[in-house]
Design a protein. Structure first.
Length: 230
């Protein structure tokens, strides 16, 4: 410092008082500016400690803001489409071929019956039976009326006494054309003797008693005919 400075008419004490006053004024201005900046930034949350190594937010303006975690919005999964089972189409039934005259008869179109000529047969009368077969179909048809197909069977209780199908020789098939509504008629006479599979054995005579006759064919059977032998 220049030694001549304190040689002016102003004393040393006055000089330093002026210097101190100027310094105090500068400090006051700095304090006022600092207070103005701190008040404009809002209150600070002093209770939240700053994490170690974390740098303060610029200007202290973002220190008090809450942390918001942004999660990308995920569109809701689309509901699975309702798949109702597709019904499996049923195969169409083939249209039956129209019946032509001379085709084989359908069992459903045939009516089979048997009647006895009497109820009581004295010795030596032989029982006689009338077999009828009627076609109720729309057209003429063909069917087998042979003794093996149209079998007349005579029984007595559980005893099989006689059958028209036993011991048949030669051609057994007998195809017959049945016109609609016109019955096929066959008369059968029983000789009052038993029959069986052994055609060489001597046939025994049937004893007096009650017997039942019936005629049957594949898918068909007549009503029973009850008769008596004396």
């Amino acid at each position: 410092m220049d030694p001549d400075t304190f040689r002016s008419d102003i004393g040393v004490d006055v000089y330093w008082r002026r210097r101190l006053t100027a310094l105090i004024a500068v400090l006051v201005v700095v304090a006022v500016v600092a207070w103005a900046c701190s008040s404009s930034s809002g209150p600070q949350n002093s209770s939240t400690p700053q994490a170690a190594g974390e740098s303060p937010a610029p200007g202290g303006l973002l220190a008090g803001l809450p942390t918001v975690t942004v999660t990308p919005a995920v569109p809701p999964a689309a509901a699975p489409a309702s798949h109702s089972p597709t019904p499996t189409p049923k195969p169409a039934k083939p249209t039956p071929r129209p019946k032509r005259p001379g085709d084989a008869c359908d069992t459903a179109d045939l009516v089979l019956s048997l009647q006895g000529e009497g109820e009581v047969y004295g010795a030596p009368d032989r029982p006689r039976f009338v077999l009828t077969l009627v076609n109720t179909g729309k057209v003429m048809c063909t069917t087998d009326v042979g003794p093996r197909t149209l079998e007349i069977r005579i029984t007595s209780g559980d005893d099989r006494v006689w059958s028209s199908a036993d011991c048949v020789s030669g051609e057994t098939d007998d195809l017959h054309r049945l016109e609609r509504g016109i019955p096929y008629v066959q008369v059968t006479e029983w000789d009052r003797h038993r029959s069986g599979s052994d055609c060489r054995a001597k046939r025994a005579a049937a004893r007096p008693g009650t017997y039942v006759a019936v005629v049957q064919a594949p898918g068909m059977k007549s009503r029973k005919v009850v008769f008596h032998l004396r």
